[in-house]
Design a protein around this ligand. Structure first.
Ligand SMILES: NC(=O)c1ccc[n+]([C@@H]2O[C@H](COP(=O)([O-])OP(=O)(O)OC[C@H]3O[C@@H](n4cnc5c(N)ncnc54)[C@H](OP(=O)(O)O)[C@@H]3O)[C@@H](O)[C@H]2O)c1
Length: 320
């Protein structure tokens, strides 16, 4: 499993054809839909309720949307809805997933939903490449990565560690990505995976997503201290760019880490306090500990080789 064993990457032509984006109204997917429309693609976006005008207004307002964006109803746990959404598409971007640590809400849609996407895409026959939005949470979690060590696309998170630490998001994404690779191999489907770190940047959608809460919680008074933790961040535009690039580049294959700047939580809070002095940004580390945790380093070299510009390419990642 993993980048070196996949070797099934058919060329994807780059312009003017129809692609499907699952979970089109989500944070990352909205930026991806915007970029794909700008590039001239016809985009079919799956949403759970195409009739929800308020929730979908930001998509319908995108340049090119009136002519080249259609929104269709699909749920990850409803294979038929996915099959219908993919019909006539040459490419699929699978971005939809719950983003939560609640195992009841996370595991089934992430894992079974991803299997359904791969199966529906493979059954379709016309889909030439699937790009799956995974996470660095599938890569670095576990005691087997020494602090300071570099992790790359050959690394996998330790599922027992994810379970024992109740990190159900990383657990589900890891199982989902591994299942995706296995099914794609069996079905000879061209799959490429992007593994972003924590994604920040402007929101297109009307509601606040989980990674944006990561910052908002330091501004709205809901936390009084910050954790002794290190985190890799990446700009949402770089993430959208990475997805389009791995779709369009015929030689792209395997996994692509997508991680930019690394900051300790204390640094994040100091930057926020400077930018927004009127907000109650925490000034103390939880437990009063010094900021000592050291994460492993993430390399986005594979993406850089494809020409995707990410601010800083080798960086220390999260240790919560
Ligand atoms: N943001 C990050 O920092 C980050 C980092 C690494 C990887 N990722 C991955 O990137 C992807 C997008 O994340 P995001 O931050 O953009 O999250 P988001 O804004 O919460 O978007 C998630 C999307 O998934 C859809 N969805 C959830 N369950 C579904 C289901 N059962 N059927 C159909 N659609 C469903 C949601 O639809 P509704 O609007 O209807 O709920 C929403 O459109 C996820 O796969 C996530 O794991 C995110």
């Amino acid at each position: 499993m993993g980048a070196e064993n996949v070797g099934n990457c058919a060329a994807a032509s780059s312009h003017g054809h129809t692609v499907c984006v699952t979970g089109a109204g989500g944070y990352i997917a909205s930026w991806l839909v915007k970029l794909l429309l700008e590039k001239g693609y016809s985009v079919r976006g799956t949403v759970r309720n195409p009739d929800d005008e308020e929730k979908n207004a930001h998509l319908r307002a995108l340049d090119g949307a009136a002519e080249r964006l259609t929104l269709v109803r699909a749920d990850l746990l409803d294979m038929e809805s996915l099959a219908a959404a993919f019909r006539g598409c040459q490419g699929v971007f699978h971005a939809a997933s719950p983003v939560t640590d609640d195992p009841e809400k996370m595991i089934e849609p992430a894992v079974e939903g991803t299997k359904n996407v791969i199966t529906a895409a493979a059954d379709d026959g016309g889909v030439r490449r699937v790009v799956f939005t995974s996470s660095i949470g599938t890569v670095y979690m576990g005691p087997h990565h020494a602090p300071g060590a570099e992790v790359d696309e050959t690394c996998w998170s330790d599922l027992d560690y994810c379970k024992s630490t109740k990190n159900w998001y990383c657990y589900a994404k890891t199982v989902a990505e591994q299942a995706a690779w296995e099914l794609a191999r069996q079905r000879r489907l061209d799959l490429v995976v992007v593994n972003p770190s924590l994604v920040l940047g402007p929101l297109l959608q009307p509601s606040v997503n989980a990674s944006t809460w990561h910052i908002l919680k330091y501004l709205d008074g809901s936390v009084q201290t910050y954790a002794d933790a290190v985190q890799a961040y990446v700009h949402v535009r770089d993430v959208a760019d990475a997805h389009a690039r791995v779709y369009e580049e015929p030689s792209a294959c395997g996994r692509y880490l997508c991680a930019g700047r690394v900051l300790r939580r204390g640094e994040v809070c100091r930057i926020l306090a400077k930018m927004f002095p009127e907000y109650p940004v925490p000034t103390e580390c939880k437990g009063g500990a010094g900021e000592t945790k050291k994460g492993c380093r993430l390399s986005s070299r594979r993406l850089a080789k494809l020409g995707v510009g990410i601010t800083r390419r080798a960086s220390a990642c999260t240790k919560r």
